[in-house]
Design a protein. Structure first.
Length: 401
């Protein structure tokens, strides 16, 4: 697997060395952006030096939903991986005589084009959607552009590239045993990576503490969620659609979501005080609330839970047709809604929520879990703001330990 001679001429070597230097700078900037990302999410008071104005701000970009566009992995972490690949492989091209790396610049060009396209996408989002610029992100865009230009300058003529690709194809065919071993190693590394990602992105659960009881794990992977999954504060709301205090709490939580933005996630669970579906209720305090809970689950399955909930709060229901109209207003067809209401799926979902509530000893609504801590009864906007701010500070303190 050794080369007869090193094909990297002095000009090409200088270009590859320059790309290595740019990759090192890109790695440093990506690490700094990752540090800022996690500090901003954990600490609402953190103000990085790159926050210059409202329009030039690292925090604003980091807190947007576009800061982690690939399965929740921060873009800066992807940047770290990208630059590590460049830093790891270019030395093999420059200082080894292994044949498999003889034409590495051809494949690095493809990787660089992908990285540059991703940078253009993020820059477009920043310019036209967020209308906010992140200084360190802009540095990365420039580094990506410079690196892409240099790697293309390091390429040979198209005819020579075609010959090199043919040589590489022949190498793969003639050295199958050698490459099979390396491929098995790459696959093993990928499997380990998938396992780690599966552990990191496992279905969310909440550890609940309170009343001197051991922690209770709640599965929230099938529940309506309002807010980003990486929010440092999570509120689980157990509610009844006919409970007047719950409707007030819904309004308060909506205001909290506006105030705290992507630092807050609200997860909804049903606890209708109606004996028709709730075995813990002997006398129905809110007759018909089971039907409303089923309807909300149907709305969630159709992707319009938030709109449905808001309309339930605003409209006084006096008939089944009123409920159907709300469902139609949020995008469900009459046939779709009626079919869902007649099925078992919403009933099973509500039963799961009630089972979770009974594990916690809930007897009334509203009941909130703020980062796993039980909070009984309704709260004013001022009280909730203080509670959420305290939870954010606790998260930040825990993150520093």
């Amino acid at each position: 697997m050794e080369m007869e001679q090193d094909s990297a001429n002095p000009r090409k070597r200088k270009l590859l060395l320059a790309i290595e230097v740019l990759a090192l700078a890109g790695l440093a900037v990506s690490i700094e952006l990752t540090r800022i990302y996690y500090l901003v999410w954990r600490n609402p008071d953190y103000n990085p030096a790159c926050n210059l104005t409202e329009q030039v701000s690292c925090s604003a970009v980091a807190l947007s939903k576009y800061s982690a566009v690939l399965i929740g992995i921060p873009n800066s972490v992807l940047g770290i991986a990208f630059y590590l690949v460049l830093l790891a492989f270019i030395p093999f091209r420059l200082w080894t005589r292994v044949r498999i790396f003889a034409h590495l610049e051809n494949y690095l060009a493809l990787l660089s084009v992908g990285g540059f396209a991703f940078a253009v996408f993020l820059a477009s989002i920043s310019s036209f959607v967020l209308k906010t610029f992140c200084p360190w992100c802009t540095v990365l865009y420039v580094l990506n552009l410079a690196g892409t230009l240099l790697i293309f300058l390091a390429l040979d003529s198209p005819r020579e590239i075609a010959r090199q690709l043919q040589d590489d194809f022949q190498l793969v065919r003639s050295e199958q045993r050698y490459l099979r071993t390396r491929l098995a190693l790459v696959i093993a590394v990928m499997i380990l990576l998938v396992i780690q990602l599966n552990r990191y992105f496992k279905p969310p659960s909440i550890s609940v503490f309170g009343n001197g009881q051991p922690p209770v794990e709640l599965d929230v992977s099938h529940d309506p969620v309002l807010g980003p999954s990486q929010a440092p504060v999570t509120i689980v709301e157990f509610s009844d659609f006919q409970c007047p205090f719950c409707l007030e709490m819904h309004s308060v939580l909506n205001q909290m979501r506006k105030q705290f933005g992507p630092r807050l996630r609200v997860i909804f669970k049903n606890f209708p005080l109606d004996s028709k579906c709730n075995p813990a209720v002997k006398v129905s305090l809110h007759p018909g609330s089971c039907e409303l809970a089923y309807a909300a689950e149907c709305a969630y399955q159709s992707g319009c839970f938030e709109s449905f909930y808001d309309k339930l709060v605003q409209v006084e229901l006096n008939s089944q047709s009123s409920l159907l109209q709300i469902a139609m207003d949020c995008g469900m067809s009459p046939a779709e809604f009626q079919s869902c209401m007649a099925g078992d799926r919403p009933r099973k979902a509500v039963a799961r929520d009630i089972e979770d509530a009974l594990k916690l000893g809930i007897k009334g609504t509203p009941m909130l879990l703020v980062n796993g801590r039980i909070l009984q009864g309704s709260r004013s906007e001022k009280e909730m703001a203080a509670i959420i701010s305290s939870a954010l500070k606790s998260q930040n303190s825990a993150g520093k330990k």
